[in-house]
Design a protein around this ligand. Sequence first.
Ligand code: ZN
Length: 326
Amino acid sequence: MRGKIILAVDIGGTTCKLGIFDETLTRLAKWSIKTDTSDPTGVVLLKKIHEAFREQCEVLNYNIEDAVGMGIGVPGPVSFEAGIVHGAINLNWSDDVNVVRLMQSFVECPVVVDNDANIAALGEKFLGAGQNEANIVAITLGTGVGGGIIANHQIIHGHNGSGAELGHIRVDHDQRFSCNCGKSGCIETVASATGIVNLALFYYPKLALQSMVLPYIEKGTLTAKEIFDAAKVGDSFCLFIVEKAARYIAYLASILSVTTNPKYIILGGGVSEAGDILIENVKEAYHQLTFKPAQKDTHIVRAALGNEAGIVGAAGLIKTYILNKE
Ligand code: ZN
């Protein structure tokens, strides 16, 4: 007879990644299904996820009754204790969805739900660059900027779930670019993939520098990738932009260092794939900026799990909040 299992799902706007793990977070199975966004109440999608687990357990000869918990990640704000998702644009959930209550009408085991940035941080903590340390921070630099803070092995949710919304810390005090949140100057406007393009378009007319990315600027097709590619081969304008973005990321990292004093500050997301050119600039600025005792033995590292972090973290929710709960 097979042992206890953890069910884990990372719900995204187009696909849901599913996984079955054992209690040590060894992955026993992984697959994905298309995300059904037809139902704004969430019931249809959650039912399909449950069906997918049931079928897969049958195929692999696991007993779904042996599940010790189901961890769920969603792309939207979550009230963690209540298990409620307060709308999710990418899922077409316009209103509150009580994910825990709905899923528990299908399964016997405990269900834990959290947002995608928090579970990515938890995934990196357990099996990625976090090396299972009690205190880590993950900053996801993608189309936007997301974050997750783990302190004393627990995810920081805050009093209403807005803890670790790192993308909306104001770092550009000139507030040159407006943010999706309705404010301006957030780190998302200067250090996400779109933010780096914002910086390039802002500085290009001001600096008398030649650049390989000029044709992209003229065509209106510039992306962060062109900027990083050009910076890697020494394009001085793009190097200038990378240094600017890195300085904002370092500023955020320095705030986090004196707030929760993490052992690892983990940079993930598409922008982090720029690699050494970005991370070395972040490190240099971070060491200049940060209160000395708070930067001692803190390492700025790249994320290790890529887009697998979410599914590992969803399983990690069960490890943290069900199995390891005192
Ligand atoms: Zn914002």
